[in-house]
Structures are given as C-alpha cells and as structure tokens.
Design a protein around this ligand. Structure first.
Ligand SMILES: Nc1ncnc2c1ncn2[C@@H]1O[C@H](COP(=O)(O)OP(=O)(O)O)[C@@H](O)[C@H]1O
Ligand SMILES: [Mg+2]
Length: 249
C-alpha cells in the first residue's frame, strides 16, 4: 500500500494540470541537435516549435542557429518581446560552436541547435556535444531516402570515432495521409531504425500552412490559432521530454 501511494504521488508530480510531462531534467544543460543532410525538411521549424513549446511550459530554453541562412535568427527578429523568451544565438564555425555551447551550458536548461543541411565540423561538433539529435525527414521522394542513408552512415562513423552512442531520433514532417508513398516511406524508415540504431518519434507532423504562417510571425504553432498543429506539436514535445527524462543524471 505504501509503495502504491509513493508511486501515485510520483505520477501526479510528473503529470501536471496541463497534461504535459513535468520531468526533472539532469542538472547540467540538455543539448538537443536538430540535423539532417537535406534542406527544407523542417529543421528550423522543429527547432523553433520545440523551443517555443518548452518556453511556454516555463523552461529556460534557447536556440543556436548554426545555419548561414539564419532562418531561426531572422524568425527571432520577428518575435514579440512580450512572448515567452527564446533567445537565438547565431554560430557558424566549429570553434565558436564549442565556446558558445560551453557558455550557454550554465545559463540555460535546454539548448537546441538548429543545423545547416550539411555534415561539417560545426555540425559534427554539435552532434558530439548533444544529449541526443533529432533528424527531421519529409517522406517526399527517393532523394530523401538516399540522403537519409548517407547521413546515418556519417553518424555511424562519428559514433565509432568518438566511441559514444550519439542517440538519434527521426521526426517525420510534412506528412500527407492521403499520399500512399508517404506510408511506404514510413516502412522504409523502419529498416533504417534497425540498421543504424535510430529511434523514431511516434508523433507525425503533417503538412499544414500554419507552420509557415506561425514562422513568418516569429511564433510557434502553440501560439497560433490552428488546433491540429498545436496538438501534434504538443504531443511531439511530450515525447521529446520523455527522452530528456531518460538522460537525466
Ligand atoms: N509541417 C509543415 N507543413 C507545412 N510547411 C512546413 C512544414 N514544416 C516546414 N514547413 C515549411 O517548409 C519550409 C522549410 O522548412 P525549414 O524548417 O526552414 O526547413 P530546414 O530548416 O530543414 O531547411 C519553410 O517554408 C517551412 O515553413
Ligand atoms: Mg533551417
């Protein structure tokens, strides 16, 4: 009975009134890299929405924009200062990446690194320094599959070189339920998951204009009026928070 009461109290502490997970993170900063070999797959969209959702949950979170195109940096410039704070730091070279991560380490609970569509020193450094990485993928065609495989091979090399697990999770983005090829693509991903030891976030992000509209206004979809987008992003973030709790130290 005593054990049951303890478990119940613990469960109540984990699930707060909003239904979001209230998980005690590790004491040092959690670093999450959002990365892929391809442009346009939703790295910046997922980075921004992850950061905004966590910030609205009261988390102290920032973004490192590692892309020369400054998508997240520009998005930030449109963000109203009365909204939940999501500072963005623009860093595009390896040395500055290490320095910035070290500096932000003591200042934020969570640092999200929005990467360019390339494997280079800066992004490899980001992956190496991260607790885990998220790989957005759009199930739109053969080149997505090939680019994903190339990227996973690079992760394997990095894992061997660093002798570190470097956990990675696919996040399916721009999914259209009525496109049969998209379903087939999910099956192809299953094979990669086994071969390259990559997880997959169960929540699928659908193609919705709300993502572009929120982005153009410096918002995340949780701050925008599209209930379906809001719901799926909250579910995605809940899953990511569960992963964060599994790396609690
Ligand atoms: N789920 C989605 N539905 C509709 N448009 C999306 C979605 N995700 C991203 N986009 C749009 O696709 C474009 C590329 O997304 P972005 O996040 O900038 O990709 P990346 O950072 O990988 O280059 C942007 O215009 C963005 O608004
Ligand atoms: Mg981008």
């Amino acid at each position: 009975m005593y054990a049951f009461c303890i478990s119940f109290v613990y469960l109540c502490a984990i699930i707060n009134a909003k239904g979001m997970l209230n998980i005690p993170f590790k004491e040092t900063t959690m670093i999450i890299t959002v990365i892929s070999f391809k442009g346009g797959v939703g790295k910046s969209t997922i980075s921004q929405n992850l950061a905004v959702t966590l910030a609205n949950e009261g988390r102290d979170v920032c973004i490192i924009d590692a892309d020369e195109n400054e998508s997240s940096n520009i998005w930030y410039s449109f963000r109203d200062e009365n909204l939940a704070a999501v500072p963005v730091f623009h860093v595009t070279n390896r040395t500055d990446m290490s320095k910035t991560i070290n500096t932000l380490n003591s200042r934020f609970e969570i640092v999200i690194i929005d990467c360019p569509p390339a494997i280079k020193d800066t992004t490899s450094r980001a992956v190496a320094k991260s607790d885990f990485s998220i790989i957005p993928i759009t199930p739109t065609g053969g080149s997505d599959v090939w680019a994903t495989e190339k990227f996973l091979q690079h992760i394997e090399l990095l894992r061997d070189r660093l002798d570190a697990p470097l956990p990675c999770y696919f996040a399916v983005n721009r999914y259209e339920s009525n496109v049969s090829m998209h379903k087939a693509y999910l099956e192809a991903l299953d094979a990669y998951q086994e071969q390259y030891q990559v997880g997959r976030l169960e929540t699928i992000i659908h193609k919705r204009s709300a993502y572009g509209e929120a982005n153009a206004n410096g918002l995340g979809v949780v701050e925008y009026e599209n209930p379906k987008a809001k719901k799926e992003i909250k579910e995605l973030v809940k899953e990511i928070m569960t992963i964060m709790s599994s790396v609690t130290v």
